[in-house]
Design a protein around this ligand. Structure first.
Ligand SMILES: Nc1ncnc2c1ncn2[C@@H]1O[C@H](COP(=O)(O)OP(=O)(O)OP(=O)(O)O)[C@@H](O)[C@H]1O
Ligand SMILES: [Mg+2]
Length: 287
């Protein structure tokens, strides 16, 4: 069973474990996780969503998860966030070091900023809930906003900044609580190509410095290869891990260099072949 008790959904960080010392590790282990919906009524037909998912993520590994629409990627993240109880199988988020649970940050495609709070106050929300002193949370929010290239916008409201900036604020808000494990569900999916490239560079630089454990869902295969150490391909529904590709491109990674790197393109192409197969199955509705 999950040991999770501190999930930060966007900014909604539960207090105690949000400030775990950086040395603490968060491997993810899932064994035989299955999930079926719609079987409750007598006439209801059960729909298997996840079937026998096995997955292990090493500490500080950046793992991307790709797969056809509807295969169960978000459902899997919801399990890890503790939002769904497992029906069959088990999962754990790290060892119970000193009896304390780990902290988890969860970021979605929608930024979910609170319109009545300024940029700075949005980033501080999780820190406030964790009970950090005023000066410390202001310092931390300020630093995160600077990392995201948003200095000078601290006192703006969400409606006064662009969609791409809102998403950078949401990223700053998620990272400000320093979660051990980051669950990211198409966090940059709604951004235009230029903003996405900018945020990839920023996030990659952040990750190369802080090395958090990340499970990152995306439909963008180039994004997966650029950011991740490993890319998992999920099968058509019922989802299971169909392929596991190591991305051994050296770091630090820079977009300009990778755009002309044949190794980068070869990895994207390999993933595309996997996805094509799984998407065809998904569209036919059966294997
Ligand atoms: N509570 C529920 N009741 C019925 N069906 C559900 C429920 N939750 C999820 N599903 C179904 O489970 C499947 C997986 O959904 P999920 O959102 O995890 O897919 P996904 O891989 O994240 O898709 P996408 O790439 O489009 O975001 C879908 O077919 C969805 O309709
Ligand atoms: Mg989804």
């Amino acid at each position: 069973m999950t040991s999770l008790s501190a999930v930060s959904i966007g900014a909604l960080a539960a207090p105690a474990a949000a400030f775990a010392p950086p040395s603490r590790e968060t491997p993810v282990r899932i064994r035989g996780l299955s999930y079926t919906v719609g079987a409750q009524g007598r006439r209801a037909r059960a729909t298997p969503i996840l079937a026998d998912v096995d997955l292990e993520i090493a500490p500080r590994q950046f793992v991307a998860l790709v797969g056809p629409s509807g295969c169960g990627k978000s459902t899997l993240l919801n399990f890890l966030a503790g939002l769904l109880p497992p029906q069959a199988g088990s999962f754990s988020l790290g060892e119970q070091e000193q009896g304390r649970p780990r902290s988890v940050g969860y970021m979605f495609q929608q930024h979910g900023l609170l319109p009545w709070r300024t940029v700075q106050k949005n980033v501080e929300l999780g820190l406030e809930m964790a009970g950090l002193p005023t000066a410390e949370r202001a310092d931390r929010a300020h630093a995160m906003l600077a990392d995201m290239g948003l200095q000078g916008f601290e006192h703006h409201y969400p409606k006064e900044i662009s969609g791409g900036m809102c998403q950078r604020v949401a990223l700053a808000r998620t990272l400000a609580t320093q979660p051990d494990l980051l669950l990211m569900d198409e966090p940059f999916g709604a951004l235009d190509a230029q903003t996405r490239a900018l945020i990839h560079e920023m996030f990659s630089a952040y990750w190369e410095t802080h090395r958090k454990t990340v499970l990152f869902v995306t439909h963008d295969l180039a994004e997966a290869v650029f950011l991740a150490d490993r890319v998992l391909v999920m099968s058509a529904r019922p989802g299971r891990i169909a392929a596991d590709h190591a991305i051994d491109l050296p770091r630090p990674r820079r977009l300009e260099a990778l755009r002309v790197d044949p190794h980068f393109h070869a990895r994207v192409e390999t993933l595309w072949q996997d996805i094509k197969t799984q998407s065809a199955v998904a569209m036919r509705g059966h294997a």
